[in-house]
Ligand binder design. Sequence first.
Ligand code: SAH
Length: 194
Amino acid sequence: MIRLIFEIAFMVFWISMFIIRYPHAQKNKFNTIQKDRKTNEEKILLAITSLGMLLLPVLYVITPFLDFANYHLPNAMGILGMVLLSPASILFYRSHRDLGRNWSASLEIREEHSLVVSGVYKHMRHPMYTAIWIWVICQALLLQNYIAGLSGIISFGLLYFLRVGKEERMMKLQFGEQYVSYTKSTKRLIPNLF
Ligand code: SAH
C-alpha cells in the first residue's frame, strides 16, 4: 500500500514538472538560435535521459513488466523522497522563471541571450540541474526498482557530467569576463555561503 502512495506521489510530481516546463518550451520555440552546440553526443544523451527519467518510470508505474527488479527501502526513505519533492519542484519552477527566454533544453545561445545572475542564479550557477539531481534521487527513493528507480540517477548523471563543463565553456566564450567573475562568486550546485 505504501509503495503505491510513493509511486502516486512521484507521478503527480513528474506531471507537475511537465506543467512547469511546458509554457517555457512553447515560448522559447520562437527564439532564434544564434549558436547551436547540440552535437550528436548531446542528442544521444538527451535520448538516454528521456529513457531513464520519462519512459522507464511510466513503464514501471503502469505495467508489471519491471516488477522482477523491485527493491525495498525502509519507509522513512520513501517519506524522505516525498519531502524532497517540494524543494525539487520549487527550484525547477524558479530556475525556469529566472532564466526566462534564455532557457533551452540543450546547449544553445539564443539571439539577445543575456547572462542571468539574479534570482536563484545569484546563489548557484546550475539551480535547474540541482532540481533535477533532487528529482532523480526522489525517483530512486519512491520507485523502488533497480531499473526504473536507478535509471534517473544513471542517465541524468551521465548527461550532467558530460555537459556541465561544456556549458560553462560555452558561457565563458559568450560572456567572457562577466561569466568568469560570476563563477568566482558561485558554486555549481549548492549555494555559496561564504
Ligand atoms: N545549467 C543551468 C541552465 C540549464 S538550461 C541550470 O542548471 O540552471 C541550459 C541553457 O541555459 C544553456 O544552453 C545556456 O545557454 C543557458 N544558461 C545556463 N546558465 C545561464 C545563465 N546564468 N544565464 C543565461 N543563460 C544560461
